[in-house]
Structure formats: C-alpha cells, structure tokens
Ligand binder design. Structure first.
Ligand code: F3S
Length: 413
C-alpha cells in the first residue's frame, strides 16, 4: 500500500492548485502500478520529449494545461535536447515552421518553470547529482551515467513522469531507488581489448542487445581506458540497443567497490557471459559494419551524448587549418559551448563547414528537411537510431576516421 505524507496528500487533494494535483495524481498512479510503499523527494529532474517531432500538439496542450493550473517546478528541472539549435537553426538548414513550433514547446516548458538547458549531459555543466541522492531523470544515456558513474539513483523516467516529479518534487520509491534493486544480475567478462571511444560504443551496442533490462557487473577493462567520456559512450549505447539503466564496472564505478561478494554470487549462479571480440557486432541483424565502396559524406556528427570539453577540444584541434569538404556538427550543451567559445583561439582557423551546435542532436532533429543521406559518426547510440531511419546510410567509425571523412568528404560504405 502506498502511504502519503500530509504534504503529498494535500497535493493530491488539490490544495496546491489544479496543475499540481494532476501531477500528483500521475505520480501516485505510477507508485501504485509499481507497488511502491512511499514517495520520496528528488533533487532534480531531467525531462525528455522536447523535440516538437516527439511531443507534438498534444504535448504542448498538456503543458499549457498544467501552466494554466498554476503548476510550477519546485526543484531543479531541466530539458533534454530539442529538435534544432535555437540560435543557429537557419544557418544549419532547419525550416522556419519547425523552429516556430519548437519555440512553442520551449515556452510551454518555461511556463511551468523548467529550464531550457536542452542537453542530455547536465552533469557536464555542473548539475551532477551526488552519490546516493535521488533524482528523476529521463534521457536514457543520462540515466545510465547518473546511476552507474555517479552512483546517484533514478529510474528511467518517461518525459511526463519526470515533469510531474518536477512539479511535485516527489517520485515513487521503487526500482533503482532501492538498494536491493541495484544489485547486478549478470557478470560480463570482457576478454578483448576495449580502449578507444568507439571500442566502448561497440561494446555497449553488443551488451545492450544481449542484456536487455539486466544490470551487468563488467570485468576485464583496463581502468586507464575507463575515462568518463568512454563510460558515457558505453552507457549510451547499452541503453539504446537494450534498456540497461545501471551497470557496474568492477573497481571503477562507485557501487562496485563496496561489494566483493557480488562476483562470487554471480559466478555460482552461472549468470555470466564472455565477450571475446567486438566483431560480434557484425552478428547483430542490420548492424554489420561493412567496409566496401567509398561514398560521399553529407554530415560528420559528433556529440551523442552531448560532447564534453575534452572531446570538443580534441576534435577542433584535429580540424584546425584543414579544408573540410562536408558538414561537421559537434553537439554539446549551450552552457558548455558558451564557455568554450570565450577561448577565441579554439574556433580560429576552422573551416566554415565546422559547427559547434547546441540545444539539439541529430537523432531528435527533423532530418527530412536537411537533405542528408550519408552520415558518419563515432557514436554507438546515434549509429543505432539513424540506422533504423529510412533513406539514411550511417557508418560508425573511430573519431580519427570521422575527422578523415570530414577532410576527404568520403568514407568507405
Ligand atoms: Fe543525447 Fe541525442 Fe544522443 S539526446 S544521447 S545526443 S540521441
């Protein structure tokens, strides 16, 4: 049975306004479905479903109804990427009608007090939940990072439930908020070399496909290679091809350090899997990385999840003084972009085809208006989603190969 505190009951009874009441009704309904015994306060929320392509008119109307009912966020509440760069949309080739609709979505969120951060990596702009704290985030790569790398706690919220958590300040206490539900239930022994960013992307694609909803404990990776950017890439890919919302990396992620008994238990239960080669990706239907004829590239895309300053600086340094033959987008958080462009030297001597973009990403953008056919990326998640889109060819290659594709305007198909 779900027990409510007096404040939660007041919200449910409408004493804090009609908008808050609707939000609390949804949180309570979810709590009952998942058999939670209580609601817990959350420190922040991150809300997906921001691109006009995804939320549409019905979503805008729901937000406007909440705002009319005086619903306002009570806690730190942020947005996932939207469908275009809110400043440079015209230069990048987006259409005005889409821009106007996207602005309506952003304004509707702002009216309920949600900050238009428009990023899937708030932890790179100073909003990194502390170990053990409870939040309600919804973008799958962000959820993976928060749970796994930071050791804070969140379920993979839907956009509406994260929004309701923002308005009430509470979420239902079930799933990954509970210590008992954060224990690994699969042991992964990696026996091949996993070193680079794209290696982590490939491993994530393979594991997500095999594990679905499981919580893996991963062994065998060299801590030297487990940089935060690589873990970000691993988690994003695993959450895309599966629904892995939490992974533990032996001796590296914070919760794995306190539980030496986990390995013994998993070994004795026989729930283990060995990864011998990253070439296993070629056995996943529709995802084979074939390497034949050269094709012209329409876009080289970096920044899924949104790029960190280290990633951006490395890419921009590699492209400095180069003639770039195709469009290059590096997606990142607006706040990070603004900080980086204060370094005037960073953007000097770059080809006009190179764009540091913000607020958006290629996966949530309306691609049909951009006339893109052949896209190259170093992101496992972007590769996975674009691969499923009609009339788009996408290739997953190393960061270096992406740079070469930008310079040559071509890639092996
Ligand atoms: Fe982020 Fe878009 Fe990738 S939301 S994780 S950059 S698909």
């Amino acid at each position: 049975m779900l027990n409510l505190t007096p404040l939660q009951q007041e919200m449910l009874d409408g004493e804090h306004g009609a908008g808050t009441q609707v939000a609390m009704e949804i949180i309570v309904a979810l709590g009952k479905i998942y058999e939670a015994k209580s609601l817990i306060p959350v420190e922040s929320t991150q809300i997906s479903g921001v691109s006009y392509m995804n939320i549409g008119e019905a979503g805008v109307e729901f937000l406007e109804k909440l705002a009319r009912g005086n619903a306002r966020a009570r806690i730190k509440a942020m947005l996932n990427p939207c469908g275009l760069d809110l400043k440079d949309w015209e230069v990048l080739g987006f259409r005005e009608d889409f821009y106007k609709n996207q602005i309506r979505v952003i304004d509707a969120y702002k009216a309920v007090g949600i900050e238009p951060t428009c990023t899937c990596t708030p932890y790179l702009i100073g909003i990194a939940p502390q170990f053990g704290t409870h939040v309600a985030w919804s973008e799958s790569s962000a959820v993976s990072y928060v749970n796994s790398v930071l050791g804070a706690r969140t379920n993979r919220e839907g956009g509406p439930s994260a929004l309701c958590a923002a308005i009430t300040g509470f979420t239902a206490n079930y799933g990954l908020h509970l210590s008992s539900q954060r224990v690994p239930n699969y042991l992964i022994k990696v026996e091949c070399e996993v070193k680079s960013y794209e290696d982590f992307a490939l491993l994530g694609i393979i594991l997500g496909r095999k594990l679905k909803h499981a919580i893996p404990l991963i062994q065998g990776l060299n801590p030297r290679h487990c940089l935060n950017d690589n873990l970000k890439q691993l988690g994003a890919s695993m959450a895309a091809t599966g629904a892995v919302a939490l992974y533990h990396m032996e001796g590296i992620t914070p919760e794995s350090r306190n539980h030496p008994e986990w390995i013994e238990k998993l070994e004795s239960s026989g729930k283990e899997m060995v990864i011998l080669s990253l070439d296993e990706i070629n056995e996943i239907p529709g995802l084979a990385l074939d390497k034949d004829a050269m094709v012209p590239v329409d876009l080289v895309f970096f920044g899924c999840p949104h790029a960190s300053s280290d990633e951006i600086i490395d890419i921009l340094k590699s492209l400095k003084h180069e003639k770039v033959k195709t469009r290059v987008w590096i997606a990142t958080a607006r706040a990070l972009q603004e900080r980086l462009i204060q370094d005037s030297d960073l953007l000097r001597d770059l080809d006009e085809n190179v764009h540091l973009i913000s607020d958006t990403c290629i996966v949530v953008s309306p691609l049909s208006s951009l006339n893109l056919k052949n896209i190259v990326t170093n992101s496992g998640k972007a590769y996975y989603y674009l691969n499923n889109k009609k009339n788009i060819n996408v290739k997953l290659v190393s960061t270096r190969e992406c740079i070469d594709a930008a310079i040559n305007g071509m890639i092996k198909k």
